[in-house]
Design a protein around this ligand. Structure first.
Ligand code: AMP
Ligand code: ZN
Length: 138
């Protein structure tokens, strides 16, 4: 296993720190978040240490999304959720607080009072064009 001895999620994923585990296999552990946004808020943790999405190997990206669908379906049915958010933060300015890749699984309920979002911008067509060109390296 690739691990970082100072990383709390490495320890949780390895089972060295107890957690409320809702799924486990050789490569992943899915746990309930201790500071949940909603009832059932969970985290998919790879057992190997990757700091963020950019370090996560491509094949793991696909595995994580498949696992999100499987767990999301199970949670939606068994918790009677009305909707679902997937959230994944990279970098401190993006709200990442634990620097071991994780995908948030957040069941949503009508009138759950939670807000996951942003204030909506209003760029001009020229600004969007400039951004588009920049992203595409033109
Ligand atoms: P992020 O802000 O995306 O890095 O998310 C970190 C998440 O990990 C937060 O939602 C925390 O509530 C959660 N968290 C931190 N420590 C633990 C822990 N020991 N067990 C379960 N969840 C944790
Ligand atoms: Zn780690």
């Amino acid at each position: 296993m690739m691990r970082d001895d100072n990383c709390i999620f490495c320890k949780i994923a390895a089972g060295e720190i107890p957690s409320k585990t809702i799924y486990e296999d050789d490569s992943y552990r899915v746990i309930l978040d201790l500071g949940p946004a909603t009832r059932g808020h969970a985290l998919i943790l790879p057992k190997d240490h990757y700091a963020n999405l950019f370090q996560l190997p491509e094949e793991k990206c696909a595995e994580v999304m498949k696992l999100a669908k499987k767990m999301g379906t199970q949670m939606k049915e068994n918790l009677k959720a009305d909707g679902f958010n997937l959230v994944q933060n990279n970098g401190e300015c993006a709200g990442q607080t634990v620097f071991h890749f994780h995908l948030h699984l957040i069941p949503r309920y009508e009138n759950d009072g939670q807000k996951i979002g942003w204030t909506v911008g209003n760029p001009s067509s020229e600004e969007l064009e400039e951004i588009r060109n920049r992203i595409m390296g033109e």
